[in-house]
Ligand binder design. Structure first.
Ligand code: EPZ
Length: 431
């Protein structure tokens, strides 16, 4: 396994450009299965999760071409309706194969998806929504086989505004017979972008970005060319980096409208956030960083994906900050690492109390998930001395060119391979 070694206490300055959104790119790759015409997706980030999603769709027969950040996809050659468990169980987004495969071919076979271990992450709303459209499921040896002669539109109420379930049902409904209404749909920008992409393919969708989405089924969808929007979570992470260890960092390629809850909380804490020009944000640290309270909520509330990085910032604030996590039930796994670095954090159920003004020191810590890993990177940047973050692959899932971007801002981050890997590579070269 690889680790990241970070030398802390550098003031970061300069410009950093946000990559395309991981959580837009993944559903768009799945949605490309809905047509047998070529699809081009631009500004797709080079991330582990995207690579795995590309492997999954190419394993079922989709033509996949990559040229820098552009993806060229051709689903006219799809000839399988499932992929290897070893791929499916690495990412959460593999569940998004269901809707498109059922809509196009009437069948799909899927095993348990993977993704960050931040809670139980049930799939009941995916099953409920697709079953309401006429899908029959059979379970066998850990696999779920889904079949439908013809998807029929229906009125589906989601118990909670699940992003993935909204996306899966929306994709299935594009080729269903009649109209589908998704009530209590997720409002996230990623859902809006998926709707935009499907509409470009000829789907008939209205209401994306509101809690009621209407989809009128059509007979077929055509190819499309679509540009992925900037990753709001990567952008937010670098805004927090700038607030924590910056000396005037400019973040490029940002849709600030998608980050209102974070901006509001940073400004409440005394940080200055200015859109210096469209799509460009200058973040100036507070002269006196004030502790604030946050509670994560579905969009447009404070995003759960920025909760771990924000908790690192609160270790440097003056006063007591509280963080309440309401979306996922196990999203405090980064607290152990922060504590090992000197943070004073009390965990009580779904809430954290963070006594700020902590002097953090470098240590050997372990990343447990993508955004928890980001929290450890932030703490390491503020800490005295060197920090080694084990299991760096978690970060590669959602932050493109992390070392490069931080080092270009004046940081000192490098990747270290484990001794076992060096030995294995050395012995292989003598074989
Ligand atoms: C998406 O996950 C994102 N992942 C997550 O980002 C993000 O944290 C999450 O949405 C919430 O915004 C991708 O888009 C690939 P959900 P998803 O279904 O779709 C419950 C990251 O770091 N639920 O909206 O899995 C669930 O338990 C990742 O980039 C059900 O109860 O999230 C959770 O409490 C992490 N039944 C809540 O809904 C279901 O069938 C939100 O889950 C589905 C979900």
């Amino acid at each position: 396994m690889e680790s990241l070694v970070i030398e802390g206490n550098h003031t970061l300055r300069g410009r950093v450009r946000v990559s395309g959104s991981k959580n837009v790119s993944l559903p768009l790759i799945a949605a490309s299965l809905l047509t047998d015409e070529p699809v081009i997706i631009e500004d797709v980030p080079c991330l582990l999760d995207v690579c795995i999603m590309k492997e999954i769709v190419s394993e079922i027969g989709m033509g996949v071409g990559t040229e820098k950040h552009n993806l060229y996809l051709d689903a006219s050659t799809v000839n399988r309706f499932t992929a290897s468990h070893s791929l499916i169980n690495q990412i959460r987004a593999s569940i998004l194969l269901l809707g498109p495969l059922l809509a196009r071919f009437g069948r799909a076979k899927i095993s348990a998806p993977g993704g960050c271990s931040i809670g139980s992450r049930p799939l009941d709303l995916h099953w409920k929504g697709l079953a309401a459209m006429g899908v029959k499921f059979t379970q066998r040896n850990g696999w779920v086989e889904a079949r439908s002669n013809r998807l029929i539109g229906n009125h589906i109420y989601l118990d909670c505004p699940s992003v993935g379930a909204t996306e899966n049902i929306m994709m299935a409904a594009t080729l269903a017979k009649g109209e589908t209404i998704i009530e209590n749909a997720a409002l996230e920008p990623e859902v809006v972008e998926l709707s935009g992409f499907l509409t470009a393919m000829g789907a008939s969708i209205s209401g994306a970005g509101t809690s009621i989405i209407r989809i009128k089924g059509v007979s077929s969808l055509k190819g499309a060319r679509y540009r992925v929007i900037p990753d709001r979570i990567e952008a937010g992470t670098y805004m927090i980096v700038a607030a924590m260890v910056g000396g005037g960092v400019i973040i490029e390629n940002v849709v600030l409208d998608h980050l209102k809850p974070l901006t509001a909380k940073l400004e409440e804490a005394g940080v200055q956030v200015v859109e210096s020009k469209p799509g460009e944000v200058t973040v100036t640290p507070a002269s006196f960083l004030q502790a604030v309270d946050i509670e994560t909520m579905p969009y447009p509330g404070f995003p759960t994906d920025l909760q771990p990085p924000f908790s690192s910032l609160m270790t440097q604030a003056h006063g007591l900050g509280t963080i309440r996590e309401t979306v996922f039930e196990n999203r405090f796994r980064h607290v152990e690492g922060l504590t090992r670095m000197g943070a004073d954090i009390r965990l009580n159920g779904q809430s954290l109390s963070i006594t700020g003004n902590s002097n953090l020191w470098g240590n050997r810590v372990q990343a447990t998930d993508l955004r928890g890993g980001a929290a450890l990177v932030l703490a390491a940047l503020a800490a005295e001395g060197k920090t080694e973050i084990l299991e760096a692959h978690h970060l590669d899932r959602g932050y493109e060119d992390l070392e490069l971007k931080i080092n270009n801002l004046g940081g000192n981050v490098y990747r270290k391979r484990s001794r076992q890997e060096d030995y294995a590579q050395a012995s292989a070269s003598y074989a």
